[in-house]
Design a protein around this ligand. Structure first.
Ligand code: DGT
Ligand code: CA
Ligand code: CA
Ligand code: ZN
Length: 603
């Protein structure tokens, strides 16, 4: 097991011990040990091999054994037993925002609740607000958390869904009976969350394909197993549909099941205007379709004779089309990329011969990424390790932006520590050790009144800054908007970080008037980031097209807390594509000198 995963286990143990009401010293040994391990610069494998783990300050004797066992085997009996000794319902409660080990224990001790349902009932009966240390507000917050949890349980992060989908798609394509296979639905549209997976296969022999699909090892439950459609559920709760169609129908089925519904409606209307009816089966002349029972509502006003006449005329067969591209062209449209098919005016915008549409960002166009953390705050990689990982990804530059001191839980940097890191980054760049140029930055907290967490001259010494809200999320919309705009208007501000604070499937955005924020950012030449962490992905793609048209600049910021986290930039590229942001307005597409110039001009 690697260091990052071991840190997670130690943190988990600390929470579970809290839940059990263990003594605070014991708990601190684990949470403190996790922090020490997390920020340790030496290689864990080496430290263990050299027998030095026990001599590291903050890692007590109880932890040495456990860390070594986890490192060697990936398992720890103590941890497994500890988890097993606690009611599963209590562990689930830890998922509700605001409920840590201590609070769950209190609720359990005082009210005897052992499940989320029981906790919900207790909240509704007002029993929670009557408890010391809880109050009406936290009771409401728990109820909201429970309601969100139920709604969220049905969806999955795109990033996680893709991990499940990729081997399935590869497996389908490997089958000898399969002529073509694609993932469709929201996954293909690169939506930030995915309800279920949809696969479309072209084959004249569906049965073996279906049998393979429902027989995969990872399948937990088969909910349908037919000749044209099968459905399965995996352990994570994610479900997947597979449809097998003849090759002649593939392009139509793929288009239909890629969706979205709204896009399909717009396409069907466009087809009707050309006197064709579009469905997952294909295109057919309107008059032909009128014979079909499914379209009764279309013919309500027509009398039987007219229908008989139509049947006789029996219009020509619909066109045979091999690809979606041909389908769009047949209807007088340019190819519309799947991620743009959300029924937000794309069918009109992509008319052949209409206004030109911006070309979409490609992964390979990114020259570097901004907003990444190191061991100086809560990251797991050093400057050197992060730069090395950036080089491996083919980047020319890497922006670092550790937390500032108000984010004390993330070990945020004081002014002095910022300046010290700045010296380290300069020395690193001058050493010529790496082809990657490191830009020195900071993710500086926007304090509740909109002032900044660091001194002006500290901020001015850096190459660039990212300003973010990490506290007082429950301010009113007016307060939050004014707070963020005040930060945008500060001359040191280069970028605004994760502008809504949302955590997908877990925490709703804070209240903020983003249109005002967008206008202020444009007026002050401040960039708004696409936070590419798959759990955030704000600013949301739905706002980008319009904002970019008004002139807003974008940066794709992985917010990486480890070398692996840099890979999140790909999720940010999805959002930039979905938002239709022109590449000229994406800072990452500029070369090192171009980025340096942007920073210099802004400040
Ligand atoms: P999801 O799974 O909730 O993340 O979203 P989708 O878009 O993958 O939706 P899903 O799996 O229910 O269906 C896949 C596509 O099939 C959908 O995007 C459009 C098409 N589709 C499904 N139901 C309907 C419908 O009632 N009318 C139309 N026009 N299209 C539909
Ligand atoms: Ca779906
Ligand atoms: Ca589906
Ligand atoms: Zn942040």
């Amino acid at each position: 097991m690697n260091k990052a995963d071991i840190v997670d286990v130690l943190e988990d143990i600390a929470v579970l011990l809290e839940l059990k009401g263990e003594n605070p010293f014991k708990i601190r040994a684990y949470s403190g040990g996790a922090r020490v391990l997390e920020t340790m610069e030496d290689d864990l494998g080496e430290v263990i091999a050299e027998g030095r783990l026990g001599s590291i300050k903050g890692i007590g004797s109880a932890l040495v054994d456990k860390i070594e066992t986890l490192h060697a085997t990936g398992e720890l009996e103590y941890y497994t037993k500890l988890r097993a000794s606690i009611a599963p319902g209590l562990i689930e409660m830890l998922d509700i925002p605001g409920l840590g080990g201590k609070k769950v224990k209190k609720l359990h001790d005082a009210l005897g609740v052992e499940s989320i349902d029981a906790l919900k009932a207790a909240c509704e009966a007002g029993e929670v607000s009557a408890l010391k240390g809880f109050g009406k507000k936290s009771e409401e917050k728990i109820l909201t958390g429970i309601a969100n949890r139920a709604a969220y349980a049905k969806r999955h992060l795109w990033w996680d869904a893709r991990t499940v989908a990729e081997p399935i798609l590869a497996g389908l394509r490997d089958l000898p009976q399969v002529e073509q296979a694609e993932a469709a639905g929201s996954l293909r549209r690169l939506k930030e969350t995915v309800g279920d997976l949809d696969f479309i296969v072209a084959s004249s022999e569906p049965q073996p394909v279906m049998d393979w699909f429902v027989g995969q090892d990872s399948v937990q439950e088969v909910t349908a197993h037919g000749a044209t459609k099968s459905s399965v559920r995996f352990e994570s709760g994610l479900q997947a549909d597979l449809r097998v169609v003849p090759m002649a129908q593939f392009a139509f089925a793929l288009h239909h099941f890629t969706g979205s519904k709204e896009h399909n409606v717009a396409m069907r209307q466009r087809a009707l205007a050309h006197d064709y009816s579009l469905s997952e089966w294909g295109l057919s002349r309107k008059s032909e379709v009128r014979d079909q029972k499914s379209e009764v509502r279309d013919q309500k006003s027509e009398d039987r004779e007219q229908r008989a006449e139509d049947r006789e005329r029996k219009a020509e067969e619909g066109p045979q089309l091999q690809s979606e591209q041909e389908l769009f062209e047949f209807l007088g449209l340019q190819m519309i990329a799947p991620e743009l098919r959300e029924g937000m005016g794309e069918v009109e915008r992509y008319e052949l011969g209409g206004d030109s549409v911006p070309s979409l960002l490609e992964l390979s166009q990114l020259r570097g990424v901004f907003h990444n953390h190191t061991t100086a705050s809560d990251g797991r990689g050093t400057i050197e390790e992060m730069a090395e990982a950036a080089e491996a990804l083919g980047f020319d530059y890497l922006g670092l932006a550790d937390h500032s001191k108000a984010s004390y839980q993330a070990n945020g940097l004081s002014d002095a520590r910022v300046l010290k890191q700045l010296e380290q980054i300069r020395a690193f760049n001058e050493s010529g050790e790496s082809k990657v140029h490191v830009f020195s930055g900071i993710e500086c907290d926007i304090l509740p009144d909109g002032s900044l967490d660091l001194e002006d001259r500290t901020l001015a010494a850096l190459d660039y800054t990212v300003m973010s809200v990490h506290s007082s999320f429950s301010q009113s919309e007016a307060e939050m908007t004014a707070r963020v705009i005040r930060a945008i208007e500060h001359p040191a501000t280069v970028m605004l970080g994760h502008p809504t604070g949302r955590i997908l499937l877990r925490r709703e955005p804070y209240k903020i008037d983003l249109q005002k924020v967008i206008d202020a950012a444009i007026a002050n030449k401040v960039i708004i980031e696409i936070n590419a962490n798959p759990k955030r992905l704000d600013m949301d793609w739905r706002l980008w097209r319009r904002a970019a048209e008004k002139g807003l600049m974008c940066a794709i910021n992985p917010d990486a807390h480890s070398t692996e986290g840099l890979a999140y930039y790909a999720a940010g590229v999805n959002i930039a594509r979905k938002g239709g942001i022109p590449t000229e307005q994406i800072l990452n597409c500029r070369d090192c000198a171009g980025v340096a110039q942007w920073f210099a001009e802004r400040r």
